[in-house]
Design a binder for this molecule. Structure first.
Ligand code: SAM
Length: 276
């Protein structure tokens, strides 16, 4: 007998987690997809939600490319620090641990209480992997992370852009104070992206809106001493290690995007900051 589907009851911003989840499921169902995520397919099938509103959207491809880039950064971190700690901030129903677990990493999945509760339907805590139920702006989550072996790599994929700038600054201050030496991977959305989001092919289908406008991630370095932009790129210049693993069709698509839509593509950047 098929299990009854679960209707997710999520706040406005929290609902956005269904976009990258659906993107990974769609990609997995393709014959030549860029990633393979059977858990995402399972979760999409288990949820009562009208995913068809996102069907065919081009930015699903972008969501998956972003995921592969963040995977790449976490993989690099784990190569250098196999027993370090990774924190997936605003994890949604992300499956990065499933893709990257090396048998020794310590891992936290942090999200707001309604998402943490949804996540617990699909994922169990283990001695090396735990769900934390809190807002990223609430200092309480940092204690468990501080107690976990360093160094610490924090990933906030498609999360902080939904906060306003003072909220993002508060998160940076919190990390600087509580987790010195940590790295934080996140994206920045420039004006060309923020100003056009009402016509964006998937964001227009949900109520949440991006609020943090950042035209130049280097400007963030001035927020506080000891903050360094360690890496930054856009879809037009993904690291070779990511690009060469892509199916040919996607490599060609990236090449076309980097000429035809360069200014739009450059407005969305992926960054790693280091907190010294
Ligand atoms: C677009 S989804 C991204 C989910 C996940 N990072 C992924 O790539 O699949 C945004 C996520 O950020 C979470 N989020 C938004 N504001 C948050 C906050 N203040 N604290 C923790 N998580 C937050 C949402 O609940 C949601 O899961």
């Amino acid at each position: 007998m098929p299990q009854p589907k679960h209707t997710p009851e999520l706040g406005e911003i929290q609902e956005t987690l269904l976009i990258p989840l659906y993107a990974r499921a769609v990609e997995t169902r393709k014959r030549r997809g860029m990633l393979h995520d059977p858990r995402a397919v399972e979760m999409v099938d288990a949820l009562e939600y009208d995913f068809s509103r996102f069907a065919g959207a081009r930015s699903l491809v972008g969501a998956n490319l972003r995921t592969l880039l963040f995977d790449h950064w976490v993989r690099e971190f784990l190569t250098a620090h196999p027993s370090g700690t990774v924190v997936e901030i605003g994890t949604g129903l992300n499956t990065r641990f499933e893709r990257l677990d090396n048998g020794t990493v310590h891992w936290f999945d942090l999200d707001l209480p309604d998402v943490a509760a949804l996540r617990r339907r699909f994922f169990e805590d283990t001695p090396r992997r735990r769900i934390l139920s809190a807002s990223v702006t609430d200092p309480s989550w940092t204690q468990a992370v501080r107690d976990s072996p360093g160094p610490h790599f924090l990933v906030a994929e498609a999360v902080l852009i939904y906060l306003d700038e003072p909220g993002v600054r508060a998160v940076f201050d919190l990390i600087a104070g509580q987790l010195p030496g940590a790295h934080l991977a996140l994206e920045t959305a420039g004006s060309r992206m923020i100003d056009r989001q009402d016509t964006h092919d998937v964001l227009a289908k949900v109520s949440a809106r991006m609020r943090w406008r950042c035209d130049d991630p280097r400007s963030v370095e001035h927020w506080r001493p000891g903050l360094h932009l360690a890496d930054t790129c856009s879809f037009t210049a993904l690291p070779d290690a990511v690009r060469r693993e892509l199916p040919l069709a996607y490599r060609l698509l990236l090449r076309a995007m980097s000429t035809a839509r360069r200014r739009d593509v450059e407005a969305y950047r992926f960054n790693v900051f280091r907190f010294d």
